[in-house]
Design a binder for this molecule. Structure first.
Ligand code: CA
Length: 240
């Protein structure tokens, strides 16, 4: 899998559609974060950088229209609107709100994937590469700068350790199996390599000063794999 995978925020309240679309996009190598309402969409949007947003118009809590406006106030990220047939002037609304493209339901996930690819190609050419920094207070991962800081001290990681940490830290709380990590970090997928993930994690812990018996960030999920947890951030204590 490409290590520079594009990140997509998928906002759709119908779980069946969300799951189907997410599966298609993931198969194409995209990172997908799926949420089911408008409020969660904005929360995710404020948490991390996305390369593209797929946004349903009719959503609980906060409509796709409001979400689109809020996002457009801050960002030029490409947005594809999903609208049900017959929803208020879908075409006009979508484009007036600043969406880049729209699809009318029912659509085939394959069609959506094609639109996503086209939009990303376009926006990739148009925009400067964006800086991605994951800030967990004591631990700061400068993804685009390929740099790790622990308590403001730079820590030297190998390429695999860096990829492993970034993979886990992008989705705090999500459990990754060793197999998934092999695929994402090492880029191949046969079973003999699962244990190499363990040694990468071991080295990573040593470098970050993370005690496996009392972990701050990297947690072992027994019999499964690993997950990253972001400790509560205390901005007041953060000194520059
Ligand atoms: Ca809907």
């Amino acid at each position: 899998m490409a290590n520079d995978a594009r990140r997509i925020l998928l906002v759709e309240d119908e779980k069946a559609i969300r799951d189907a679309v997410a599966a298609y996009l993931e198969r194409e190598g995209y990172w997908v974060t799926g949420v089911g309402d408008g409020q969660a969409a904005l929360e995710e949007f404020n948490k991390r950088k996305f390369d593209l947003i797929v946004l349903d118009l009719m959503l609980p809590k906060l409509s796709g229209e409001r979400v689109c406006r809020a996002i457009r106030d801050e960002s030029d990220v490409p947005i594809i609107m999903l609208t049900a047939k017959g929803e208020v002037e879908d075409k006009i609304i979508g484009l007036e709100l600043g969406a880049d493209d729209y699809l009318i339901k029912p659509f085939s996930p394959r069609e959506l994937v094609a639109r996503v690819k086209a939009l990303l190609r376009r926006s990739h050419i148009d925009s400067e590469p964006q800086r991605e920094v994951l800030d967990f207070g004591e631990l700061v991962i400068d993804v685009s700068g390929h740099k790790i800081l622990v308590n403001d001290e730079e820590v030297d990681l190998t390429a695999s350790e860096f990829k492993l940490l970034t993979t886990l830290a992008r989705y705090p709380g999500r459990v990754y199996t060793r197999m998934e990590l092999v695929e994402k970090v090492l880029g191949y997928d046969f079973e003999g390599y699962e244990r190499t993930i363990d040694s990468h994690v071991k080295n990573l812990r040593a470098k970050l000063g993370d005690d496996p018996k009392n972990p701050k960030w990297l947690y072992t999920v027994h019999g499964v794999g690993y997950r990253f947890e972001a400790p509560e951030k205390k901005p007041a204590e953060k000194s520059e």
